[in-house]
Design a protein around this ligand. Structure first.
Ligand code: ADP
Length: 195
């Protein structure tokens, strides 16, 4: 199994690059943001609870997202590997993910972090908000709040994987294809090391 984490702040391009990675490497895409929006669309109890946090730019509680990921891993035992997008977002989630994978005799192979400057990120999110219908992308105060949450709660996740020598930064500004090439090179190198 080859399990990859695509890491980076809101608007850094994780979703866009994930679509291309799924196609090239046949990984199973697990985006906690998409999974939570699916729960909201179906008006489940979990979705209604999550919406309150998401609309304010806050994180959904760890126990909720860890539960969702655990269920998905169980539902896709046949997967060649997983692509985690938007997860883990706290150190507690990273520790839980390590345990979930260990129980399944696998682990994270690589964490790729997309680096993009804050002004570019805000522009991208405001533009996305014009067409995506995502309520958390239309209000600049909510966007700023998500960056603050990212700095305080998510950025420390990088240290967790740096310690394990699994962390690598990628320049996330440029063309979509150019960035995808950088990501692919890093993955191919890691796959070569493994075999
Ligand atoms: P973005 O990275 O652009 O903010 P996402 O779709 O990844 O978009 O996440 C949207 C919102 O969903 C987050 O602001 C947060 O409220 C919630 N969310 C997504 N993933 C997680 C997670 N792993 N832990 C807690 N909350 C999450």
């Amino acid at each position: 199994m080859f399990n990859l984490i695509l890491f980076g702040p809101p608007g850094s391009g994780k979703g866009t690059q994930s679509d291309k990675l799924v196609e090239k490497y046949g990984l199973l895409h697990l985006s906690t943001g998409n999974l939570l929006r699916g729960e909201i669309a179906c008006e489940t109890t979990l979705g209604n609870e999550a919406k309150n946090f998401m609309d304010k730019g806050q994180l959904v509680p760890d126990s909720v997202v860890i539960g969702i990921i655990g269920n998905c891993l169980d539902q896709h035992k046949e997967a060649k590997g997983f692509l985690f997008d938007g997860f883990p977002r706290t150190v507690a989630q990273a520790v839980a993910l390590d345990k979930l994978l260990e129980l399944r005799n696998t682990s994270i192979a690589l964490v790729l972090a997309l680096e993009v400057g804050e002004e570019e990120l805000v522009n991208r999110l405001v533009n996305r908000g014009k067409t995506s219908g995502r309520s958390d992308d239309t209000d600049e105060a909510v966007i700023r709040k998500r960056f603050a949450v990212y700095e305080n709660e998510t950025a420390p996740v990088a240290g967790h994987y740096q310690k394990a020598h699994k962390f690598q930064s990628i320049k996330g500004e440029g063309t979509v294809d150019g960035i995808f090439e950088l990501i692919s090179e890093a993955i191919d190198k890691r796959i070569e090391q493994k075999v």
